[in-house]
Design a protein around this ligand. Structure first.
Ligand code: CDP
Length: 250
């Protein structure tokens, strides 16, 4: 249980009071937790990582190098990307569409994972993807997942969570998921990619990965997904609007 002071931090009264920001490093379990939480709260789930992955996929397909900021930002501006509720029951948490094509699984390809952080480092790419993210944030109750939601995209989100776990634990989870989908990547390769992505995401100049000063930090090592979802749900339900009504009535 949180004490009254902590809960008071979520008494809000502004445009994004019904946005829940979940940030954290690669494979911390953000998307799984966010899917369950969004379903319980009747909110939309918007995983912003899918946007960066879609741009990285587009770059791979059109032969644009991860260093080529100008071409990448052009790709990001031209791409029609949408992230929406799952249309197929094949284990996906949401659909990702790129220029009229379902790329939900294509964006999870290890080749995309290998370059996505280098694509996401560029300020111009991030700027190109910002309007869509802000539009979603303003469109209604939403659980938004990413690296910089609480710090840059929606700094006035009603609730901010930073979900973390050790690199080994995160790599183990990612390795299991990938193996279930038939991937032949070794555990070491998955761990190296996780560490590499952490370093690039935390070390970049624009919108580096870090917890917002008012984020609730949750370490998910050894804690079940259900417990994490329950904890965040409890925090969300404690939130009140300016008139004192619950932001997320049960
Ligand atoms: O699912 P996973 O944790 O592996 O990664 P993701 O959320 O799909 O994000 C892929 C990459 O996109 C991250 O490693 C970041 O480089 C970038 N990203 C970002 O820079 N900002 C966001 N808001 C979301 C993702």
């Amino acid at each position: 249980m949180r004490n009254a002071q902590e809960v008071a931090r979520f008494v809000t009264g502004h445009e994004h009071e019904r946005v829940i920001a979940i940030d954290g490093p690669a494979a911390a379990g953000k998307s799984t937790v966010a899917r369950l939480l969004a379903d319980r709260l009747g909110a939309l789930l918007f995983d912003t990582g899918a946007l960066y992955r879609a741009v990285a996929l587009s770059a791979l397909r059109s032969g644009v190098f991860p260093e080529d900021e100008q071409s990448l930002s052009q790709l990001a501006r031209d791409a029609q990307i949408s992230v929406r509720p799952p249309s197929v029951q094949d284990g996906r948490l949401y659909d990702v569409w790129l220029n009229g094509e379902d790329v939900t699984w294509a964006v999870r390809d290890p080749m995309v994972g290998a370059i996505v952080s280098r694509v996401a480092e560029h300020a111009a790419v991030r700027a190109a993807l910002l309007p869509l993210q802000r539009k979603i944030a303003s469109s209604g109750p939403v659980v938004m997942v990413g690296r910089d939601i609480g710090t840059v995209v929606v700094p006035d989100a009603g609730l901010k969570v930073y979900l973390d776990a050790t690199a080994e634990e995160r790599a183990r989870r990612r390795f299991r998921e990938a193996a279930e989908r038939g991937s032949t990547q070794s555990f070491d390769a998955v761990l190296q990619e996780t560490l590499q992505r952490d370093a690039t995401d935390s070390g970049r100049h624009t919108a580096p990965l870090r917890p917002a000063s008012d984020a609730v930090q949750i370490d998910s090592d050894g804690i079940s997904v259900d417990r994490i979802v329950a904890e965040i749900e409890e925090l969300a339900r404690a939130g009140r609007d300016a008139a004192g009504r619950p932001l997320w009535p049960s």
